[in-house]
Design a binder for this molecule. Structure first.
Ligand code: ADP
Ligand code: ADP
Length: 232
């Protein structure tokens, strides 16, 4: 079964004459254990779609199921709990805690949940993202690409059902952007993680198993690799 399903999803902002139909009847199934890219021009509804799928924002109508749980219509309290326990997030601006080391930033979700660190998983993630020699550094001592890799590790540490990444390469030069995309792909291939990223970066399609293209709040096209390899 898919990790994320949306049916006839709409999102309308504002009222009266100033209404914007940001999502206009989206039907989509995102597969488990794949890297999916949500692509499209600025203003096409990518962020709105991701925020709805991730339970950060409520759709105007339609249904969303994440890992078998219907999130549309869920109370704020249950949504918060779901986001904490089942969903990992990566943001454009990294959002690392400046006073904590890389290792402490990575384990933060577990510390907040008062859950023990699975040392084996920690090591596997750190190895996969090639952060082993950066664990004692604070964010200011890391490059942008390294900071984003720490943010990816933090999103992965609690083994969420799905990781949502919002323009993860938006602040990076193209070399670091390619690196981060490659590491996201490795997290999927080596850790079996399901990752959904929103991006207007065209080269992201080269790393994804699948890309869905939005235009004016509608799903315009979908590219998927026949052999679950990369699309391009
Ligand atoms: P993208 O991420 O592809 O750039 P968005 O989801 O941010 O697109 O925006 C889709 C449409 O919804 C745009 O027309 C945008 O102006 C509008 N929009 C987004 N957020 C809001 C909001 N909070 N209030 C009103 N309109 C919004
Ligand atoms: P060294 O002392 O050689 O610099 P580190 O302290 O960076 O080594 O890490 C040793 C091992 O301890 C790492 O491989 C990692 O598994 C683990 N480790 C380090 N920091 C943490 C942490 N905050 N949470 C969980 N495991 C950690």
């Amino acid at each position: 079964d898919p990790i994320v399903t949306a049916r006839d999803l709409t999102k309308v902002y504002g009222t009266g004459n100033t209404q914007v139909r940001a999502l206009d009847g989206i039907d989509v199934d995102l597969a488990r254990g794949e890297l999916t890219a949500i692509m499209g021009p600025s203003g096409s509804g990518k962020s709105t779609l991701m925020h709805c799928l991730a339970g950060l924002d409520a759709p105007t109508s339609g249904t969303i199921v994440v890992d078998g749980v219907e999130v549309s219509g869920m109370s704020q309290r249950r949504l918060t709990a779901l986001r904490r326990t089942r969903i990992g997030f990566v943001f454009q601006s990294y959002n690392l805690v400046p006073t904590l080391t890389a290792a402490e930033n990575i384990t933060l979700p577990l510390d907040i949940a008062r859950a023990p660190v699975d040392r084996e998983r920690f090591d596997m993630i750190v190895r996969t993202l090639e952060l082993s020699d950066r664990l004692h550094h604070r964010p200011t001592e890391l490059s942008g690409g390294q900071q984003q890799r720490v943010a990816c590790a933090r999103a992965l540490i609690a083994a969420p059902a799905v990781v949502f990444a919002d323009e993860p390469t938006g602040n990076l030069d193209s070399t670091s952007a390619n690196e981060v995309l490659g590491f996201l792909r490795r997290s999927v291939d080596e850790l079996g993680q399901s990752v959904v990223m929103v991006t207007h970066e065209p080269m992201a399609a080269a790393y994804a198993h699948r890309a869905v293209f939005l235009a004016d709040g509608r799903l315009e096209a979908e590219l998927r690799s026949p052999d679950s390899d990369t699309i391009l």
